[in-house]
Design a protein around this ligand. Structure first.
Ligand SMILES: [Zn+2]
Length: 65
């Protein structure tokens, strides 16, 4: 199963079978440690963060194979 470190601090490692599940499992950590990243998303699109997240997840997925 892909294992991914938090892309903003690297302090937590989370494993999940899909990027969607990874996002869900990552959220509590973001709420606690990186609230600024996810706060105010209505006026600050999260596109750049999602791009980093997807790139990191894909790298984790490939390292499993
Ligand atoms: Zn973090």
């Amino acid at each position: 199963m892909p294992t991914m470190a938090c892309i903003d601090c690297g302090a937590v490692l989370i494993e999940a079978p899909s990027w969607q599940a990874m996002l869900v499992k990552m959220m509590p950590h973001y709420l606690e440690a990186h609230h600024d990243v996810i706060a105010g998303h209505s006026d600050h699109p999260k596109g750049a963060w999602m791009e980093r997240f997807m790139a990191a997840y894909e790298a984790a997925e490939h390292s499993v194979e």
